[in-house]
Ligand binder design. Structure first.
Ligand SMILES: Cc1cc2nc3c(=O)[nH]c(=O)nc-3n(C[C@H](O)[C@H](O)[C@H](O)COP(=O)(O)OP(=O)(O)OC[C@H]3O[C@@H](n4cnc5c(N)ncnc54)[C@H](O)[C@@H]3O)c2cc1C
Length: 393
């Protein structure tokens, strides 16, 4: 027996780390178990998000680049430039970012067990007993609440039969030197031959650049290799040499349920990433705050029942649930477009009036406003939504 805790968090990603910090700050005993021996490794992320994230977790020391605009390429390679005129996103050293978030939790009194794989759980004496494999030895950790922040693997979600994702988007990325990129701008590429059902990117990251993609389905590695050889991205990658690869999956969908008696799930484990962009750090951290607050209230009230913890789901759904639902709808629409339709939409958007609307209303974290603004100004865009809905039905 290792410990007897108020809260055990599975997963030392940014969401688990931030949840731990908030609960420890309130004076409760909290530990994180992380299957890997080092927080932040292996990296499974492009590491780009809005400065808003730093309001939740102050990790400015991990920033590598500031992004002010986007060069957006159609399937045939036509370019459209978006420029908000100010920092719209940050590129971070993702491993350092995760470590920084967890460091803050440890400073507040949380503990973190590395090389500790949670393998199962059972109910015991009104709490939970979690089996954890550490150095080949199975230990048991007892806790009053377990929080599943275990990412795409989502074992806690599975153990308690909470939900299944609509889809897991496979992603693959290479960190490269020698790519041709514009400082301060990300390049985004769309097209069924480039990244079917999603998109590819080239992101400056300090002395290197990140060339990657996510797909709706298919072999992400094969498409990444193709990115260096053919199509619009290849012209920027001809002299690029990889110094590392990352691979991962982004679960998207609407979780049926994110709590049970003594249990909550958060972050990627609860499919809280944006289905349009795949970004899950901001949304995961927002939900981490609701999760931590609910855990603190439940511990104070001595009520760890599902009916008490239900307020966690009410809170996060009230805050960003509607946005996430809309992104899932948009994902379903956009992932069904063919190259001809994407080319037409790209052409429609590439007009000063619409580019101004995107610059004024565009926000990576709250995308629905710009979508509505564009649909209002350019009703022709509605027909692509209509044809995609017909295909969906
Ligand atoms: C290719 C790719 C690019 C991406 N790019 C971006 C981006 O640019 N911006 C953005 O915002 N998001 C991006 N994302 C999504 C982002 O990485 C996730 O949304 C984010 O990491 C979710 O954080 P989390 O803490 O919920 O989960 P994770 O960061 O996945 O952390 C979960 C942790 O749990 C641990 N774990 C799992 N199971 C167990 C277990 N049984 N026992 C112990 N430990 C366990 C894992 O080892 C891991 O450390 C990208 C994802 C991919 C795949």
């Amino acid at each position: 027996m290792l410990e007897d805790l108020d809260v055990l968090i599975i997963g030392a990603g940014p969401v688990g780390g931030h949840t731990a910090e908030l609960i420890a700050k309130a004076g409760f005993s909290v530990a994180i178990v992380e299957e890997h021996r080092e927080v932040g490794e292996p990296v499974q992320c492009g590491g780009i998000f809005t400065p808003r994230v730093m309001d939740l977790v102050d990790c400015w020391n991990t920033v590598l680049e500031r992004i002010r605009g986007c060069e957006f390429y159609s399937p045939s390679g036509k370019e459209l430039v978006l420029d908000g005129g100010k920092t719209a996103a940050l590129v971070v050293d993702r491993a350092a970012f995760d470590r920084e978030v967890v460091r803050k939790a440890l400073q507040k009194g949380a503990t973190c067990h590395l090389g500790a794989l949670a393998t199962g759980v059972q109910r015991a004496d009104g709490g939970l007993s979690v089996r954890v494999l550490m150095g080949g030895i199975e230990e048991e950790i007892r806790c009053r609440i377990i929080i599943g922040a275990d990412g795409v693997k989502g074992n806690v979600t599975k153990w308690f039969h909470l939900a299944r994702p609509y889809r897991v988007l496979p992603g693959f990325e290479a960190e490269v030197v020698g790519a041709e990129h514009t400082p301060g701008y990300v390049k985004v590429f769309i097209g069924r031959k480039v990244a079917p059902g999603f998109f590819a990117w080239l992101v400056p990251s300090g002395g290197t650049a990140r060339a990657g993609l996510c797909l709706s389905q298919g072999n992400a590695r094969a498409y990444l290799e193709r990115m260096f050889l053919q199509g619009p991205p290849a012209s920027f990658l001809s002299g690029a040499k990889p110094v590392g690869y990352i691979i991962g999956g982004i679960p998207i969908g609407l979780a049926r349920r994110t709590y049970s008696d003594n249990v909550m799930v958060v972050g990627d484990a609860a499919f809280q990433a944006k289905a349009t962009s795949g970004g899950g750090i901001y949304t995961g951290l927002v939900c981490a705050e609701h999760c931590a607050l609910t855990a603190i209230e439940a511990l104070e009230a001595g009520d760890l029942s599902a009916s008490f913890l239900a307020r966690y789901e009410e809170r996060w759904k009230k805050d960003i649930g509607r946005e996430l639902k809309r992104y899932l709808f948009l994902h379903k629409v956009l992932s069904r477009l063919n190259d001809k339709q994407m080319e037409e939409i790209h052409k429609i958007l590439n007009r000063p009036r619409l580019l101004t609307t995107i610059s004024e209303l565009g926000d990576i974290d709250y995308q629905w406003r710009v979508v509505l603004g564009l649909l209002k100004q350019e009703p022709r865009l509605l027909r692509y939504v209509g044809s995609a809905i017909r295909a969906l039905l």
